[in-house]
Design a binder for this molecule. Structure first.
Ligand SMILES: Nc1ncnc2c1ncn2[C@@H]1O[C@H](COP(=O)(O)OP(=O)(O)OP(=O)(O)O)[C@@H](O)[C@H]1O
Ligand SMILES: [Mg+2]
Length: 287
């Protein structure tokens, strides 16, 4: 029996990255000292630009040759230099696959991905230390029994043990969820877990924050809190935020919006026009 696989998930030059969870070693900031020095050197000379050129991702059959049996992303080309960028598109259009290219969770079968001048396949640790990824499903990345322990895990390479709990609490306070610190993550609501997952990623100061549908589980108050928080990380910390969403109102916080359809970028503009283009696309399909 053969199983289809995503093109590029296995390569000769890089081990298969985890597709469904962010194990501790893969968290941003979780790099060895040697890698850390390389990261600092790379960061000093890096461009502040995300560049995709003719990127294709497909599903392969399980033969030795690995024939593409289905395309997921085709000829994706863009250069992103804006602080806030959103990807819009229907279910299955390719948004999550595209976002996972940003930190090497998925690799391209052809074309090029450069994150601030670095290639996620050639320099995976450096790219992961720069790019924080927040999954739609927080269960994919919360690995410790309580929120505070999860944040402490994120901080283990940056903050001495004696100061770690206080530092972790500060991060939870920033998101207004310090009261959840010692609760079991299994008892938390979906929205609470989504905020904890975001806190665990923000704790290690990523320079690029990638969020896959960050508002799906949030109520109105937490959605507005997230909007404010993302604004703050952009203005105070200089973080760039890349996200996907089905929440067309939330999408308007972006500076630029790209619409994905059938694995291709079909529109690229300011959010208001992109939302209109996306609506027109859906309406044209349903008539
Ligand atoms: N590991 C995989 N193996 C095979 N097919 C996959 C894999 N991951 C994604 N796909 C397929 O690729 C297409 C794009 O999926 P993707 O998750 O990127 O879409 P999406 O735009 O994020 O959708 P949604 O809005 O539902 O989250 C879908 O048809 C999906 O079934
Ligand atoms: Mg998705």
């Amino acid at each position: 029996m053969s199983f289809p696989r995503l093109f590029g998930r296995r390569t000769a030059s890089a081990p298969a990255p985890a597709a469904t969870m962010t194990p501790a070693a893969d968290r941003p900031g979780a790099v060895s000292m040697a890698e850390g020095k390389a990261t600092a050197g790379a960061a000093a000379s890096a461009l502040r630009e995300i560049r995709f050129a003719d990127v294709c991702v497909g599903v392969l059959d399980d033969t030795a040759e690995g024939e593409v049996i289905r395309a997921i992303l085709s000829d994706v080309t863009f250069t992103l230099a804006e602080d806030r960028v959103v990807f819009l598109g229907a279910n299955g259009s390719g948004k999550s696959t595209l976002l996972q290219l940003f930190n090497g969770l998925v690799t391209a079968n052809s074309g090029q991905v450069h994150i601030d001048g670095m290639n996620p396949v050639a320099a995976p640790a450096q790219v992961r230390s720069r790019v924080g990824f927040v999954f739609t499903d927080p269960a994919a990345q919360l690995v410790m029994p309580t929120p505070i322990e999860d944040i402490e895990l994120s901080l283990r390479k940056r903050v001495p043990k004696a100061e770690r709990r206080a530092a972790a609490l500060t991060v939870l306070e920033e998101l207004g969820i310090a009261d959840l610190a010692d609760r079991s993550v299994y008892e938390l609501s979906g929205g609470q877990r989504q905020l904890v997952a975001l806190a665990a990623v923000l704790a290690v100061d990523p320079q690029i924050l990638v969020l896959d549908e960050p508002t799906t589980l949030l109520d109105l108050r937490n959605r507005e809190k997230l909007r404010t928080l993302l604004g703050e990380v952009v203005t105070r910390r200089g973080v760039r935020v890349i996200f996907s969403t089905h929440d067309l109102e939330f999408a308007t916080l972006a500076d630029r919006a790209l619409v994905v359809d059938g694995g291709r970028i079909v529109h690229d503009s300011a959010p208001a026009e992109a939302v209109e283009a996306y609506r027109a696309l859906i309406m044209s399909e349903s008539t």
